[in-house]
Write a protein that binds this ligand. Structure first.
Ligand SMILES: [Zn+2]
Ligand SMILES: [Zn+2]
Length: 275
């Protein structure tokens, strides 16, 4: 039986003869069912039509994305460290080439995912690499394919490996998680922020939303919570959830001015708001 995958969000469901009646993730207000209706694909057909591509962002940090773009279109990031490798976030397509490449780089010690929109085929990935999947417990209800490999963590931070820390920022989802890598950005620190703190297309700012496709903003309290969660950490580079969404340098200052801009915008005190 195939484990069907939603073509809009990339979420995989448990093996079944027929596709699920609906996608719980896409029916929820943070996602959407397209006008063309709900559709599904099997892992086999996905692999026949698409392939993964790799891009090294910096030494030890390799983006993995799918071409042509599938579902939301995020890329995962392989973080290569002396203490073992971490797959940050996940993508639906896992094929033989991807497994061979990652095993050649030392395999995976852990998978960690920012939020439910990127859970995708995490169970297939964990089985391919025989490693746990670390998810924040606050988003437990959005796991569509439960598995023993899923390790729920609680609280504000989790020390995953030496130099690699998961940070709960909340916001987009209550368990919204980011990854901090001390050795990243040439030792100045890198933050892998997914869309908990989204790098905007101009790559000069971050923004923060409850729903990106449906344009639902977050409250001031939630955005201040993300800023507070990141305050103890040093980083110079931020990697968002697409290949081209990167704040190359000065990311700590970008975070501060982005939070200030967001708070001014929703308070109605932004420049031009009174004109
Ligand atoms: Zn979906
Ligand atoms: Zn999302």
């Amino acid at each position: 039986m195939p484990a069907f995958i939603c073509t809009t969000c990339g979420t995989q469901y448990p093996p079944s003869d027929e596709p699920p009646a609906l996608c719980v993730i896409c029916e929820e207000e943070r996602q959407y069912v397209p006008a063309s209706g709900q559709s599904w694909i099997t892992p086999e057909r996905l692999a026949a039509r698409h392939a993964n591509t790799f891009r090294q962002h910096e030494p030890g940090l390799i983006g993995i994305g799918t071409l042509p773009t599938f579902a939301i279109g995020q890329r995962a990031i392989l973080v290569v460290t002396p203490g073992g490798n971490v797959l940050w976030d996940c993508i639906s397509l896992i094929d033989d080439a991807t497994i061979a490449v990652i095993k050649g780089l030392g395999g995976l010690k852990a998978i960690a995912i920012s939020h439910p929109h990127f859970y995708t085929t995490m169970v297939d990935w964990s089985r391919a690499f025989d490693c746990p999947v670390h998810l924040h417990a606050a988003d437990r209800q959005w796991v569509m394919r439960p598995d023993q490999a899923i390790a729920f963590w609680d609280g504000d931070t989790l020390a995953l490996l030496p130099g690699v820390t998961l940070i709960r920022g909340g916001g987009h989802f209550p368990g919204g998680t980011m990854l901090h890598w001390v050795q990243g950005a040439g030792g100045r620190g890198a933050l892998l922020s997914a869309d908990i703190a989204t790098v905007t297309p101009d790559r000069k700012f971050l923004s923060f939303m409850r729903s990106y496709p449906n344009l639902i903003p977050l409250s001031a309290r939630e955005v201040e919570g993300i800023a507070a969660a990141l305050a103890p950490f040093q980083f110079d580079t931020i990697y968002g959830h697409f290949f081209d969404r990167v704040i190359a340098t000065g990311a700590k200052e970008v975070l501060a001015k982005s939070v200030a801009r967001y708070l001014a915008a929703i308070a109605g005190t932004a420049r031009g708001a009174m004109e």
